[in-house]
Design a binder for this molecule. Sequence first.
Ligand SMILES: [Zn+2]
Length: 230
Amino acid sequence: MRKLFLSIFAVSLLAAGCGFSSGPKTQPITTLNPPTPTPAPELTPGTATSSAGAVLTPTSDSLPSGLSWPISDALSRVTKKPFGLYVSPGHSPVSPEKFTGYHTGTDFETTAAEKNIDVPIFAICSGKLLLKKWASGYGGVAVESCTIDNQPVTIIYGHLRESSISPAIGQAINTGDKIAVLGTGYSQETDGERKHLHLGIHKGSAINILGYVQNASNLSAWNDPLAVLK
Ligand SMILES: [Zn+2]
């Protein structure tokens, strides 16, 4: 799984050299490192089942301390747009595609069976709600401030049903708290997008809900959510 992501990332890096640079500003190209592998999470007491020899699998619920998955069966849902993927209307795993650029987050897909049911979204970390609103490209979006690995970050949860975002602005949120449900696909709730979660982790405390950046070097302002969560 990680190899696939790294491969995709490498392709993105190659694409970066092809001159897609319509961004408003260029900044000095710093060395762009592939997502930093996260040390394997340690099994904490209570995580493993009682059976001897419990094996951590990629779908294990085990996570770094203090973090939660944003959606059930999270890993199995990352099938279309991983972090760093370059898309354009003519080249994308989804159709139609209205965006162009490098994906700043990870998309978690829904199944056909979930089309008409509420799909809950959970806080991936403890923090507080900074923002909730309707935004172009997202529909409902929520932003949470957290500290992960002693670094301030903001978490972007996109394509939510705005009216379902339950925490108040400024309200404390605990990791794993249900904060909203996904918006209905292809409706105003998702600004016309399919029913899925866009999860972004932006470095620092400033709010930036950009879902795509025009230069690969700008991805360095974001963390790969799966590298953080796995
Ligand atoms: Zn996305």
